[in-house]
Design a binder for this molecule. Structure first.
Ligand code: SF4
Length: 623
C-alpha cells in the first residue's frame, strides 16, 4: 500500500520513444523528500547526468504534487515543475496553484517526468492510473485559453490541463507553464523546456481519491487552523483584495522597486491607481485555487483602448508592469497580464525585461531605430502593451528581449548589462532587500536565485506572522534587521520551512498565516507520521542541500553569483523609505554558509551531506 497522502505512483515518459512507464517510488523517498521540488530534486539529481543542455533531449522535466496536495490541508493544491533551468543553467523549479496538482493525484499520479524530445507535438493524458501520449498537432500554435477549451471539450469540464502557449513553443526563456487558464508555474524558464520537448499539455482526468492516515483529524485540523488563520491581518488582506492589496503600501513603504530599482515612491505617486480598491473596482468575481479558503484570485473586466476580460493581476504583476515602468493605467496592466497568461509568459520576468529595455532607451543604449519607432519612455502604457505583444511573437525588438534581460543585454552590448536587474539569469521579483535585507541572501544564496518565494530571515523582517520556530533563531529578532551578524539561524529555519511547504503541496499564502505546527499536523494526519516542526526543518535542510548540490554538480556556485549593486543600496537611494540603506550581503553570506555546514565558498561538506542522508552526492562534490 502506498504511503498515505500519496498515490504511490509516478509516470516516466520517454518522448523520443513515445513510451510511458509507471513506477512506485520507495516509501522512504516520500518520507525523506515529501514531494513537489523535494522529490523532484531527488529524481533530477539521480536520474539526470550533469551538463545536459537545458533545451536538449537529455534535460528532464518533472511535474510533482505533494502529500498534502488534494487533501483538506489549508491551500493543499500546489504542484511544482522541476528541470534544469535554461535561464540559470542550474536547478529550476516553478510553483503553481489552480487545480492541476490535485487532479493529477486524482488521476492516480504523484508526478510525471519527461525526457527526450517528441518528433511532433504531443500531449499526455493521465487517467485512472494510466498515461497515454496523443498527437497535439492541432493544438500547437493555440494560446493557453484555447488549448484548455479544446482539451476540456474532449475530456470533460472536470479535467485539469497544464499547458504552454506560443511563447513556450517558441522556447522563449520567459515562457511559463499555465493551468486553470490564469495560474502560472512562472519562474526558471521551464515553459521553454516543455516547448523544446514538443510537449504541449498534460491532461489530468480525476477519478480517484487520496487516502489519508487520519481523515477525521485532518478535517478537524483544517477547521481549527482556518479559525486561527482568520485572526491574522494577512488573511483579511489576501481574502478581500488578493495580493493586489499590497501594491500601494509596498511602493510607499519601500518593498516594491520603482523605475527599474533606481526610483522611489516619489517617482510613482499614483500607485493607488493600480492597487487594492482600484483593482477591486474592475473585479467581476473572485477566484480560488482548488478548495482554498482564502480565494485571493479573481477575474477582471476593463473598458477603453485596452479593454479586456481575464485574470486579476497579482501584486508581482502590478509591481513590475506598474511601479517598475511608472505605468498607472490599470487597464493596460490587465491587458498585458492577460496577454502573458494567454501566450504563457512569466509576468515577473517579462515586466523586468521591459524595465531593462526602458532604461536602455533612457540611457540612449537603445534608440527609436532599435525599437521600430516605439518610444520606451517611462509610463508609456501603449508602448508597454505593444512591446509585450512583440515579445510574445518574437517580433521586432521583442526577438531580442524574448530570452530575458541577461540574454538581451549580451546581444545589445554597449554597457546594457548595467540595466539588467537579474541574478544568474533570473530577473528579480518585486521585493526590495533595502527594506528586508534578508532578501539579499535568499536572492543570491538559494539554488534558484532571484526568488521571493524562497524564504530567509526576510519573512520575519517583512512582518509575516510567527512560525513557532522563533526559539531556534539564536536570539535574533526582526527588529535587528539591519544588524547583519547573527541572523543565519533564522535564515536557515525559515528557508527550510518554506522548502517543506513547497514540497508538501501547500500554498505559501495560507501557510504563512498559520504556525509551522500546522504543517506537521497536516502531514502527520495525511501520512501517518509523527513529525514535529523541528523534524520538518531537517527535511527542509535536506532539500536545500540537494538543490544546491545539483547546481554545484553543474559547475554553478551561488557564492559567485553577481548581485546588482542597486538592490543592495549601491549607490544608496537619496530619498524614500529606504534612503541611505546599504545592505551587507558578505556578512549574511559568510554566516549562512557556516550555519548550513558549508565551506566558505558554499559547498556542503561531506559530513553535512551524510548527516542529511545525501551520501550519494558526496563523491560528486568531493571526489
Ligand atoms: S491563497 Fe490564493 S494563490 Fe494560494 S491557493 Fe489560495 S487562491 Fe491560490
Amino acid at each position: 500500500m502506498a504511503v498515505r497522502g500519496t498515490m504511490g505512483r509516478i509516470a516516466f515518459v520517454n518522448l523520443a520513444r513515445g513510451s510511458v512507464r509507471r513506477k512506485r517510488p520507495e516509501d522512504e523517498l516520500y518520507l525523506k523528500y515529501l514531494g513537489g521540488y523535494g522529490l523532484g530534486a531527488y529524481y533530477l539529481y539521480t536520474q539526470m547526468k550533469p551538463h545536459a543542455r537545458p533545451l536538449g533531449p537529455k534535460n528532464q522535466l518533472g511535474f510533482l504534487a505533494g502529500p498534502l496536495t488534494g487533501t483538506p490541508a489549508i491551500c493543499g493544491n500546489r504542484f511544482q515543475v522541476v528541470g534544469k533551468s535554461p535561464k540559470t543553467g542550474g536547478f529550476g523549479d516553478a510553483n503553481c496553484g489552480g487545480d492541476f496538482g490535485p487532479k493529477m493525484k486524482f488521476a492516480g499520479f504523484d508526478g510525471v517526468f519527461f525526457k527526450g524530445q517528441a518528433k511532433e507535438p504531443v500531449y499526455l493524458v493521465l487517467a485512472d492510473g494510466k498515461g497515454e501520449l496523443k498527437s497535439a498537432t492541432d493544438l500547437w500554435g493555440l494560446d493557453v485559453a484555447a488549448t484548455e477549451e479544446k482539451l476540456k471539450a474532449l475530456y470533460g469540464p472536470e479535467a485539469a490541463i497544464a499547458s504552454i502557449g506560443p511563447a513556450g513553443e517558441a522556447m522563449s526563456l520567459l515562457a511559463c507553464i499555465m493551468n486553470d487558464r490564469d495560474r502560472a508555474a512562472g519562474r526558471s524558464g521551464l515553459g521553454a523546456v516543455m516547448g523544446s520537448k514538443k510537449l504541449k499539455a498534460i491532461v489530468a482526468v480525476p477519478t480517484k481519491k487520496v487516502r489519508l492516515a487520519d481523515a477525521a483529524k485532518m478535517k478537524a485540523d483544517r477547521t481549527a487552523y482556518i479559525q486561527k488563520m482568520r485572526e491574522t491581518g494577512l488573511y483579511e488582506l489576501f481574502h478581500k483584495f488578493g495580493t493586489s492589496g499590497l501594491t500601494a503600501g509596498a511602493v510607499a513603504g519601500g518593498d516594491c522597486p520603482v523605475k527599474n530599482w533606481a526610483g522611489t515612491a516619489e517617482d510613482f505617486k499614483t500607485a493607488s491607481r493600480i492597487s487594492d480598491e482600484a483593482v477591486l473596482d474592475v473585479v467581476t468575481r473572485p477566484y480560488g485555487c482548488w478548495h482554498c479558503p482564502i480565494a485571493c484570485g479573481g477575474f477582471v473586466k476593463t473598458s477603453g483602448p485596452f479593454a479586456v476580460e481575464g485574470g486579476k493581476p497579482e501584486y508581482e504583476t502590478l509591481g513590475v508592469f506598474g511601479a517598475m515602468l511608472l505605468v498607472d493605467d490599470l487597464a493596460a496592466i490587465c491587458k498585458v497580464n492577460d496577454l502573458c497568461n494567454r501566450m504563457g509568459m512569466d509576468t515577473i520576468s517579462t515586466g523586468a525585461t521591459l524595465a531593462f529595455a526602458f532604461e536602455c532607451y533612457e540611457k540612449g543604449i537603445l534608440t527609436k531605430a532599435d525599437t521600430g519607432g516605439l518610444e520606451l519612455t517611462w509610463g508609456n502604457a501603449p508602448a508597454v502593451v505593444a512591446l509585450v505583444e512583440q515579445i510574445a511573437r518574437r517580433q521586432g525588438l521583442g526577438a531580442i528581449l524574448a530570452d530575458g534581460a541577461r540574454a538581451a543585454a549580451k546581444k545589445i552590448g554597449k554597457g546594457a548589462s548595467k540595466c539588467a536587474m537579474q541574478i544568474a539569469g533570473e530577473e528579480l521579483p518585486m521585493h526590495d532587500p533595502r527594506l528586508s535585507p534578508g532578501l539579499a541572501s535568499s536572492y543570491k544564496l538559494d539554488a534558484t536565485p532571484a526568488r521571493h518565494t524562497q524564504f530567509s530571515a526576510w519573512a520575519a523582517e517583512a512582518g509575516f506572522p510567527v512560525t513557532g520556530l522563533e526559539h531556534l533563531y539564536g536570539g535574533w529578532t526582526p527588529e535587528r534587521k539591519y544588524e547583519y551578524a547573527g541572523k543565519a539561524k533564522a535564515h536557515r529555519i525559515q528557508s527550510a520551512l518554506m522548502h517543506v511547504i513547497n514540497a508538501d503541496g501547500c500554498c505559501m499564502f495560507g501557510s504563512v498565516c498559520i504556525p509551522a505546527q500546522a504543517q506537521a499536523d497536516f502531514l502527520n494526519a495525511a501520512m501517518g507520521t509523527s513529525w514535529t516542526p523541528e523534524d520538518l526543518v531537517t527535511i527542509g535542510d535536506r532539500i536545500a542541500n540537494l538543490r544546491v548540490a545539483f547546481n554545484l554538480r553543474e559547475g554553478l556556485k551561488n557564492a559567485e553569483f553577481k548581485v546588482p549593486g542597486r538592490i543592495l543600496g549601491v549607490p544608496p537611494l537619496k530619498a524614500g523609505a529606504t534612503k541611505g540603506v546599504r545592505v551587507d550581503l558578505e556578512t549574511q553570506q559568510r554566516e549562512y554558509f557556516a550555519e548550513m555546514g558549508w565551506s566558505p565558498d558554499g559547498v556542503p561538506t561531506a559530513e553535512t551531506l551524510q548527516r542529511l542522508g545525501l551520501d550519494f552526492a558526496v563523491s560528486d562534490l568531493h571526489g
